[in-house]
Design a protein around this ligand. Structure first.
Ligand code: UDP
Ligand code: MN
Length: 337
């Protein structure tokens, strides 16, 4: 049967030993546990060149977010296992990153079709102490209704630990391309509610493990619903102007969504359909909505959310840091004179 690699059973001890031998490597500049943001896309060009244009923009968006929040960032375009194609490519990659980066505490996977739309929001990591997986979902849809969309595996954080290696080992056998994936797909469609007929996907397989496999998976997973770690694009993109008029970044929830995920858009496909056109238009708007939050510091903004053109929003000044500007008298000035 398919495995991701040689069985490792004492990874937690190995990490402790390594981190003791390499002191200080496992903390950020601010003394926090390291988080590695990871994304990736297929090794070859998109059939539709516009797809690669948006891949580039979405990579820039991740670079900006990671820079602003002190995350490390890795973008993968290599195939780590020829059986684990498409949405399954993340599994061998995550295992490889875990065992190659013992200094990293959390690995944060983000699909290529998702974009940060709240550049100020930060993950409330203190909430996840004692948990090893953080994934967006809804308790009732998942645990009561057994729906295949009860959680979303487009964006999740997984702790670098033995539990996670075990989860990847339990998760991977659904994925090998061909007969295995097709048969696993039939089983998942039979077991999960409203799942269409198609080969096994990583999301359904994780839902299955949560519901029907070892209870330890559910026990150590935090199902996040208080903010949009994953936000379905069709519910969000048409509200951006309203949010800009009424709200400000930093909430991550319906007041200003953290992540907009273009589920169901296939921008690499060559076919030009009204659906794909709408995907491209809304990706442009989502990118510019986020990019405005980055450009603000430099005094620029997009002319409109649908426009890649920018305009100046402030006059340049000879006093960019506000140090020379006439200061209002302060109490200490009075005592000094
Ligand atoms: N992916 C990857 N390498 C590949 C193919 C896919 O890293 O060769 C990643 C990519 O980030 C993509 C994710 O896997 O967003 C999910 O795959 P897919 O695009 O097939 O599913 P979707 O995002 O449309 O649900
Ligand atoms: Mn996706």
């Amino acid at each position: 049967p398919y495995t991701l690699g040689p069985k490792i059973s004492n990874w937690d001890q190995q990490r402790v030993i390594w981190n003791n031998l390499n002191p200080g490597k496992n903390k950020t500049r601010n003394g926090k546990p390291k988080i590695l943001l990871v994304s990736g896309s297929q090794p070859g060009p998109c059939a539709n060149p516009m797809g690669d244009f948006y891949h580039l923009k979405f990579v820039k968006n991740r670079l900006d977010y990671a820079r602003l929040h002190g995350l490390e960032f890795f973008y993968n375009m290599a195939t780590f296992s020829k059986e684990m194609t498409s949405f399954w490519a993340k599994l061998p990659l995550l295992r490889k990153l875990m065992v190659s980066h013992p200094e990293v505490e959390w690995i944060w996977w983000m699909d290529s079709d998702a974009i940060f739309t709240d550049m100020a929001f930060e993950m409330p990591m203190e909430k996840y102490e004692g948990k090893n997986l953080v994934v967006h979902g809804f308790h009732n849809l998942l645990f009561e209704q057994h729906r295949w969309i009860g959680l979303n595996t487009g964006i999740f954080l997984i702790r670098n630990c033995q539990w996670s290696l075990d989860l990847l080992d339990a998760w991977a056998p659904f994925g090998p391309e061909g007969e295995t994936r097709v048969n696993a797909g039939k089983m998942l469609t039979a077991k999960l509610v409203e799942r269409p007929t198609f080969e096994a996907d990583d999301q359904s397989a994780l839902v299955y493990l949560m519901l029907f496999d070892d209870p330890k998976w559910k026990l150590k997973t935090h199902i996040e619903w208080e903010f949009y770690l994953h936000g379905y694009w069709k519910y969000l993109v048409y509200r951006y102007e309203e949010l800009m008029a009424k709200s400000h970044p930093g909430f991550g929830d319906e007041r200003w969504p953290f992540v907009t995920h273009f589920v169901g858009c296939k921008p690499c496909q060559l076919s030009v359909t009204p659906e794909v056109d709408e995907c491209f238009l809304q990706m442009e708007r989502a990118f510019n909505f986020a990019d405005n939050q980055v450009l603000e510091k430099y005094g620029y903004a997009h002319r409109a959310l649908a426009s890649f053109k920018t305009q100046r929003i402030r006059k340049d000044t000879a006093d960019p840091l506000g140090l020379l500007e006439e200061r209002k008298p302060k109490p200490e000035d009075a005592t000094a004179s």
